[in-house]
Design a protein around this ligand. Structure first.
Ligand code: NDP
Ligand SMILES: O=C1O[C@H](COP(=O)(O)O)[C@@H](O)[C@H](O)[C@H]1O
Length: 516
C-alpha cells in the first residue's frame, strides 16, 4: 500500500482567486469542489479569499449555499466537520457584474482590497475565466482598466478551453490577452494534463530503466490512444454542434496525450523544458496535404439512435440545440505520424467519440513481435507485448506478456501484469482541477499549454476541419452505444493491426498482484 502519511503538502501563497463564471456549470461541478479539497488537504493556506463573479444577483449567503450544495454533490470529500466548513466558507464572497461594464471591475477592485486587508493577502491575484471564450478579451482589458492589476503582487490569468475555434481565431484571442498579460502569466487549461495518470506517463517513461531503451521505432509497432465517452452531448448541444469531436477533444486533450507519450526526455523538469519538448512533437506531426490523405487517414462519424445497457438513446440530430441537419462529427479516429528520428514509421492511432460503449481513457503501446519464434508447431498464441496506461476511470498500468500456462509444457498464453492504482486502498486521487488550480496558484505552468503548443495543434487540426468543411471525408453514421464507424478499424487493418480492447482484460488473463 502507498504510504499516505508522508505525502508532501505544498501550500499555495496567499492570494485572492477571482472566479469569473461562478454561477456556471463548470464552477459548480469542478471548481468549487477542487478548492474545497485543496483546503481540506491543507494545500490552501489560510490567507486566501475567493470572489465568485457572474451577472445574476446573489447575496454572499446565497452564494455560500450554492457552494455547500456543489461540494456535497460533487466533491470527493463530503463536509463533515462544521467548524472546518465555517472557517473555509468565510473566505468566499460574491460580486455581480457584467464583464463588459468596466464600472463593475472598479467595484471589484475595492472588494478585493478589503479582502486582502482582512486576510492579510499581499496583493497576489488569480483570475479564473470559466466563461464563454468570447468574453476572454473583454475581461482582460477591463481587469486592466478597472485597476485590478495595480496591486503589488503577482497576477495570473487561468483560461478554460476552447482556446479559439481555429488557428486564426486563437491568434486573435491570444493577441487580445497578450495586450494585458505576459505569456508567463497565462495558464491555459487542458484538464487532461491535470489527470493523475497523464502526469504519471512522464514518471513511467523517465523513471523506469526498462522502458526508455525500448521507447522508439525499433521496438514499438504502434501506439493507440482512446478517449471514449458513454455520454452524448447532454445539455451542451449549442456549443458542441459548433465544435465537434475534432475541436472538442482532438485539438487539445488527444494531442496533448500524444505529446506526453512521444516527447523526448526534457533536460530538467522545469515547465519550459517540458513544454519545449512537447511543442517539438506537435511540430513533427506529419501534416495532411490533400483531401485524399485526410480521407485515407481520418474517419469521422455521427451517432444515430441506438441503445446502451438497455437504455434507448436518441440520434445526435435529435439532441437539444443541435441542428437537425447537422454534419458535426461526434466521433473521429485518425492515423497520424510523428516524423522524427524516434518515431519515424510508427503509426499513432487516436480515437474519441460520444455514446460509445464505455467511458475510458487508455493508451496502448504495442511492441514489435519477436524477430523469430522457437515455438513453431506447438500450441501457442504469441501475442505482441503491450504496455497499457489507464488514465480513467481506472488508474494504473498493465504490461501484457507471454508466459507458459502452469502445468503445461509450453502452452503459451498472454498474461497481464497489472498495477491498478485506483484499486489500492487509501488512494483517492486528486481531481484534475485540484492539481491545476494548485499549480496555477503556485506559479507552476508545466501542465498548462503554452501558446506555441496551442498554435501548432490548431495548424494540424485546421487542415482536417477545412477538408471536412469542403464536404470531403464522408460522415459515417454509427448507432449510439456502438464502437463507432467500422471504417475506423480499417485504419489499423491496412497496417496489419487492430484496436486492442479497452477498459478491461480478456477473460483468460491472469492478474499478478504487484505490491508497491
Ligand atoms: N462545463 C464543463 O464541463 C466544461 C466547461 N468548459 C469551459 O468552461 C467555460 C464555462 O463553461 P460552463 O460553466 O459550462 O458555462 P455556463 O454557461 O454554465 O456558465 C457561464 C458563466 O458565465 C457567466 N456569464 C455569462 N455572461 C456573462 C457576462 N456578460 N458577465 C458576467 N458573467 C457572465 C454566467 O453567469 P450569469 O448567467 O449569472 O451571468 C455563468 O456563470 C466555457 O469556456 C466552457 O467551454 C470546459 C470544459 C468542461
Ligand atoms: O473537455 C471536455 O472533456 C470532457 C471529457 O472529460 P473527462 O475528464 O470526463 O474525460 C468531454 O465530455 C467534453 O465534451 C469536453 O469538452
Amino acid at each position: 500500500m502507498i504510504d499516505n502519511q508522508n505525502l508532501e503538502v505544498l501550500q499555495t501563497p496567499g492570494a485572492v482567486f477571482h472566479l469569473f463564471g461562478a454561477t456556471g456549470d463548470l464552477a459548480r461541478r469542478k471548481l468549487f469542489p477542487a478548492i474545497y479539497s485543496l483546503y481540506h488537504e491543507g494545500k490552501l493556506s489560510e490567507d486566501f479569499a475567493v470572489v465568485g463573479v457572474a451577472r445574476r444577483p446573489r447575496t454572499n449567503e446565497e452564494f455560500r449555499d450554492d457552494l455547500y450544495q456543489s461540494i456535497q454533490q460533487f466533491c470527493r470529500y463530503k463536509i463533515k466537520d462544521e467548524n472546518e466548513w465555517a472557517r473555509f466558507i468565510e473566505h468566499f464572497e460574491y460580486k455581480s457584474l457584467d464583464i463588459n461594464d468596466v464600472n463593475g471591475f472598479r467595484e471589484l477592485r475595492q472588494q478585493t482590497e478589503s479582502l486582502e486587508e482582512r486576510f492579510n493577502i499581499p496583493g497576489n491575484r488569480l483570475f479564473y475565466l470559466a466563461l464563454a471564450p468570447e468574453l476572454f478579451g473583454s475581461v482582460s482589458s477591463n481587469l486592466q482598466k478597472g485597476g485590478m492589476l495595480d496591486s503589488k503582487g503577482w497576477h495570473r490569468l487561468v483560461i478554460e478551453k476552447p482556446f479559439g475555434y481555429d488557428l486564426e481565431s486563437a491568434e486573435q484571442l491570444n493577441k487580445q490577452i497578450r495586450q494585458v498579460f505576459e505569456e508567463e502569466e497565462i495558464f491555459r487549461i487542458d484538464h487532461y494534463l491535470g489527470k493523475e495518470m497523464v502526469q504519471n506517463i512522464e514518471v513511467i517513461r523517465f523513471a523506469n530503466a526498462f522502458f526508455e531503451p525500448l521507447w522508439n521505432n525499433k521496438h514499438i509497432a504502434n501506439v493507440q490512444i482512446t478517449l471514449s465517452e458513454t455520454v452524448g452531448v447532454e445539455d451542451r448541444g449549442g456549443y458542441y454542434d459548433h465544435a465537434g469531436a475534432l475541436r472538442d477533444m482532438g485539438q487539445n486533450h488527444m494531442l496533448q496525450l500524444l505529446t506526453m507519450i512521444a516527447m523526448e526526455p526534457p533536460s530538467r523538469l522545469h515547465a519550459e523544458d517540458v513544454r519545449d519538448e512537447k511543442v517539438k512533437v506537435l511540430r513533427s506531426l506529419r501534416p495532411f496535404r490533400s483531401a485524399e490523405e485526410v480521407r485515407d487517414n481520418v474517419v469521422r462519424g455521427q451517432y444515430v439512435a441506438g441503445s446502451l445497457r438497455g437504455k434507448k438513446l436518441p440520434g445526435y440530430r435529435e439532441e437539444d440545440k443541435v441542428n437537425p441537419n447537422s454534419n458535426t462529427e461526434t466521433y473521429f479516429a485518425a492515423r497520424v505520424f510523428v516524423d522524427n528520428f524516434r518515431w519515424a514509421g510508427v503509426p499513432f492511432y487516436i480515437r474519441t467519440g460520444k455514446h460509445l460503449p464505455v467511458k475510458t481513457t487508455e493508451v496502448v503501446i504495442e511492441f514489435k513481435s519477436m524477430p523469430a519464434t522457437v515455438y513453431l508447431g506447438q500450441k501457442h498464441n504469441l501475442e505482441p507485448n503491450l504496455l497499457v496506461i489507464r488514465v480513467n476511470p481506472m488508474e494504473g498500468i498493465y504490461v501484457k506478456l507471454n508466459a507458459k500456462r502452469p502445468g503445461t509444457e509450453s502452452d503459451i498464453h498472454p498474461f497481464a501484469m497489472d498495477f491498478c492504482q485506483s484499486c489500492l486502498i487509501g488512494i483517492n486521487s486528486p481531481e484534475a482541477y485540484e492539481r491545476l488550480i494548485h499549480d496555477a496558484a503556485r506559479g507552476d505552468s508545466t501542465y498548462f499549454t503554452r501558446w506555441d503548443e496551442v498554435a501548432a495543434a490548431w495548424s494540424f487540426v485546421d487542415y482536417i476541419a477545412e477538408v471536412w468543411k469542403q464536404g470531403a471525408g464522408d460522415l459515417r453514421q454509427y448507432p449510439a452505444g456502438s464502437w463507432g464507424p467500422k471504417e475506423a478499424h480499417k485504419l489499423l487493418e491496412q497496417d496489419g493491426f487492430h484496436w486492442w480492447p479497452v477498459n478491461g482484460q480478456e477473460e483468460d488473463d491472469v492478474v499478478w498482484e504487484v505490491s508497491i
